[in-house]
Write a protein that binds this ligand. Sequence first.
Ligand SMILES: Cc1ncc(COP(=O)(O)O)c(C=O)c1O
Length: 448
Amino acid sequence: MASDDHHHRDPPVDLNENGDSPNHKKQKLSLITDAEIRSEFSHHDPSIARINNGSFGSCPKTVIAAQNQWQLKYLKQPDAFYFNHLQPSILRSRTVIKDLINADHVDEVSIVDNATTAASIVLQQTGRAFSEGRYDKDDAAVMLHYAYGAVKMSMQAYVTRAGGRVIEVQLPFPVTCNDEIIAEFRKALERGKSGGHKVRLAVIDHITSMPHVVIPLKELVKICRDEGVDQIFVDAAHAIGSTNVDMKEIGADFYTSNLHKWFFCPPSVAFLYCRKSDKMLDLHHPVVTHVYGNGLAIESAWIGTRDYSAQLVVPEVVEFVNRFEGGIDGIRTRNHEKVVAMGEMLAKAWGTNLGSPPEMCSSMVMVGLPPRLGISCDSDAMKLRTHLRECFGVEVPIYYRAPKDGDPVTGYARISHQVYNVVDEYYSFRDAVNKLVNDGVTCAVLSC
Ligand SMILES: Cc1ncc(COP(=O)(O)O)c(C=O)c1O
């Protein structure tokens, strides 16, 4: 397989027979109207108050249409697609991402399916270093207690099994300030280094999923550097489109973000940034093909026959977000302001609190639920979520938090705000919860 430099020389892809590129429209698009936003998301089920963009994201119609063109182009002449278009088009998306995230070089950017895949790539590399004796048994890898479940399992599967010691950073929730997180992180590093061992890897979330908290990433990365941690991997599955993402400012070795959560890509596409250094050399895609050994970006760009179309529409997504005032930065700023306002409205209506101060939230907010709902375990939280979906048409994830320090709030809803949301959806949620409380319904009596 050719190197990346070879791909640089390929011309941009033309989708049309006549050589026009619909991906590079010349005219400047005017700002999107409310009616156009409704039309872009008119495929959403109108019977559902979808205040959960955080789980699976969303994709507008114009991007779906562009994706469909790629799919048809492949089906029309698969060989021409494979030999002429696929690699230059993936490179085009990687180049757009490189600029979005302020990376130094396109070779630092690989496109993978999702953050779960990216975590496997990084953690398999750590596991190999343990099993091949480059790291001592009992050297440590540190991760947050609120790391995503799949990432925790990957740590077990790749790091613990290879002899590494995995240390969890205990985090408070509700949380009131960054210092609480920083103090716990320092303690975990101390435990990792005790007995003369080394901390080989720190896995840090940029934005934790459940409960949702924006982590003081730059501070934690700096602490890792000061304390001699070998490698830093940032799981930022939620980040691009909901917070500022700048590789030079953050300074981690590895950083992944989904583009299908908050950046309007179709499912599924994520980038994995790997800072240029010799640390990149032993990174491999878990799916091995004939391009194995050509560097992660090239390995990731061919993992066998499949649908690559989601990866190819990143330029169209940029066109879409640029129809909004301030582009993606404007979108995320407004989403943040609106979700905080909605969270405060709900907390006031229910007499509860937010799970963290607004500055520790992105486009999602944790809102305390009324204690009278009787949420007393994880399965209660799931029952309530299902009940809200099936009986009230409200889609929102619920988090159970064990009782602590006399605080009666044991359940939090994670609400999201994306461009398609309207205030009535949050009112539907408020009213559904109020009805359950007024009717004396508790999780104990919910069957589904
Ligand atoms: C923090 C975090 N990491 C990883 C993931 C996994 O993302 P995906 O399912 O797209 O791989 C998620 C998904 O919500 C997440 O929130």
